[in-house]
Ligand binder design. Structure first.
Ligand code: FAD
Length: 555
């Protein structure tokens, strides 16, 4: 192996503090464009990825690194040119998160007469060895449970621990995290990152060069594209929005696509933020400003408490990414930071330390089967509403609208609206996965696939023993949508009944053989058993009509 080392960084490894950079003689970044021709990606997603890579190049150069930045149709073209210029270099790469990519890239490098030195991917908190230590040997078909992994990692890392016990005595405070905000409450503002000249230039090139989906407009684009911006976004979230994060984590509110969510996934998944720094920052905030579970006061007067009618930092209009304008608290605002209730801190840490790391390892364990998993044999194409957002269903129209406009929808929109509808409708999980993959700014195969195919579609029981399926009741309980929706959530059958309801019961009936004995489905099937033939006939008829209309784009 040559002493001359080139570290090749992929587009989701954009972190200037990585250990792997220390021994590098030069850094290589390749902007390959061909992949983006394969699907009509969201304009904001391509803009984000390419702009972040270009900013990263400049950042690395300012930090004194020797950077080679190549643009080409494929990695192959660019590598050929690079290796012709540097035939003696050792090319080092952090193991890519995407299944099969390490082998493909190693082969590609070998075709050009060189060797690819693959090292651990530092962009995650836990390693494959950590996972293996927890699971033992790989067993095909094995199932995994996030809660067990989460507790294990908390114990191993000491995060939010008091000796051997979880801080506060409980591992999980989700009982406090299922509320909806009172009328008039708005989340505190999060920072908007006004696109600079490089982002604007990148966006103009993306719209010209690629066949994209979602809005072409750059107005709503406010994602951090540099590490400095990503750090500021995290800081602002922790200062102002974290207190409300837990309590309203599962809520759906018209005109509030972001609520108090952190909006950190695009930056974390690009590498701009390390998951560990997000976790540690929240843990530190809890250490400094911690309060008992449930202590958040929506009418509170702290900087972070939006206050009923106070509109967060004083703005009474609905909050959009574009309106996430204020980097500075308004002058008349009390600058004392609001308390961080334990349910908020624990809730956030569980998402990142538990779910994100867990999904990454489940993906590694279960690919390639995971991508095609479809244990319920769901056959249908996605309804056109997923593409054009045209539907009278308020919840679906809101959620698809958010994706079209921002390339973002929060977790409950993803799970309980977008996936839930596709699941009950009978959509093929692989097609739903494609849709999520191209439509979301934070989507990468390793994270989208377990979330969509396993969690959202129940294509496999690898990570849950029952599907996340629900009737219109869930959306009604967690949102203010149903009151203004033309469909009636209290009705199951007949014209005008909420489409979720008939689809839900029909789904349970159709999949009875598979589902009745699984997981915690007993209660659901006790309701199924109470329905008489007449009810089933009406349900079937309504479900068939809903599916027909959805397929025709007339729902
Ligand atoms: P917050 O609600 O503020 O959560 C904090 C952080 O926790 C997130 O930034 C993220 O890093 C992490 N997180 C939480 N849940 C998960 C999870 N299930 N898997 C991985 N990370 C998690 N997340 C992606 O990053 N990319 C995806 O493509 C993606 N697709 C999804 C598809 C479906 C069907 C579902 C149900 C979930 C998906 N998620 C995905 C997980 C989760 O919905 C998003 O991470 C989250 O909504 C991102 O918004 P946020 O940063 O505001 O998150």
């Amino acid at each position: 192996m040559s002493d001359d080392v080139t570290v090749w960084l992929l587009g989701d490894q954009l972190n200037p503090t990585l250990d792997v950079l220390a021994d590098a003689d030069r850094l290589l970044l390749i902007e390959a464009h061909g992949f983006a021709d394969r699907r009509p990606y969201h304009t904001h997603k391509l803009t984000l990825v390419f702009s972040a890579m270009r900013h990263f190049r400049d950042d690395l150069q300012e930090r004194g690194h020797d950077v080679t930045y190549l643009q080409g149709e494929s990695f192959g073209d660019a590598l050929a040119a690079f290796l012709a210029d540097h035939p003696e270099t050792t090319l080092r790469l952090m193991r890519p998160a995407s299944h099969g990519a390490a082998d493909r890239l190693a082969e590609l490098v070998a075709e050009h007469g060189s060797h690819l030195d693959l090292v651990e991917n530092e962009c995650f908190l836990t390693t494959p060895a950590d996972w293996r230590e927890w699971t033992g040997e790989h067993e095909p078909g094995r199932t995994y449970r996030q809660e067990h992994w989460y507790r294990h990692v908390r114990r191993e890392t000491g995060i939010l621990m008091d000796g051997d016990e979880p801080i506060g005595g409980e591992w999980n405070y989700d009982d406090y995290n299922q509320e909806t905000p009172p009328d008039g409450w708005s989340p505190p503002a999060a920072p908007a990152f006004e696109p600079d000249a490089l982002t604007r230039e990148t966006h103009a090139w993306v719209t010209e060069r690629f066949d994209t989906w979602g809005t072409d407009d750059l107005d709503g684009f406010a994602w951090p594209v540099t590490r400095a911006e990503a750090l500021r976004a995290l800081e602002e979230f922790i200062e102002r929005r974290l207190p409300a994060f837990g309590r309203y984590q599962d809520a759906l509110v018209a005109g509030e696509p972001f609520l108090a969510h952190s909006l950190c996934s695009p930056a974390i998944n690009l590498g701009l933020l390390h998951p560990q720094e997000a976790i540690e920052a929240v843990e530190a905030a809890y250490a400094e400003r911690g309060a008992e579970p449930g202590a958040f006061d929506p009418a509170g007067d702290g900087v972070g408490a939006g206050g009923i009618g106070a509109g967060g930092t004083g703005d009474t209009t609905a909050t959009t990414l574009a309106a996430f304008g204020d980097d500075e608290p308004p002058e008349d605002t009390d600058t004392t930071l609001p308390p961080v209730p334990l349910n908020a801190a624990e809730g956030f840490i569980r998402q990142v330390l538990g779910w994100r790391e867990f999904m990454r390892h489940v993906y590694r364990e279960t690919m390639p089967e995971l991508a095609g998993a479809n244990q319920l044999d769901q056959p249908r194409d996605l309804p056109p509403a997923y593409w054009d957002g045209e539907t009278e269903m308020t919840c679906l129209s809101e959620a698809v609208g958010h994706v079209r406009e921002y390339g973002y929808a929060h977790h409950i929109e993803r799970l309980m609206v977008l996936s839930n509808f596709a699941l009950l409708y009978g959509a093929d999980p692989a097609e739903l996965n494609e849709w999520f993959h191209l439509g979301f700014v934070d989507a990468y195969h390793w994270v989208t696939t377990p979330n969509v195919v396993a969690m959202g579609s129940f294509g496999t029981d690898a990570l849950s023993s029952k599907p996340y399926a629900s009737s219109g009741n869930y959306v009604n309980r967690m949102s203010d949508y149903c009151a203004s929706c033309p469909y009636t959530v209290s009705r199951t059958a007949g014209e005008g009944a909420c489409p979720f309801n008939a689809l839900y019961w029909d789904f349970l009936k159709e999949n009875e053989e598979f589902l009745r004995g699984t997981g915690r489905m007993g209660l659901m099937y006790s309701h199924v058993d109470r329905k008489d033939d007449e009810e089933w006939e009406a349900i079937r008829e309504r479900a068939a009509t809903v599916r027909e209309r959805a397929a025709a784009g007339e729902l």
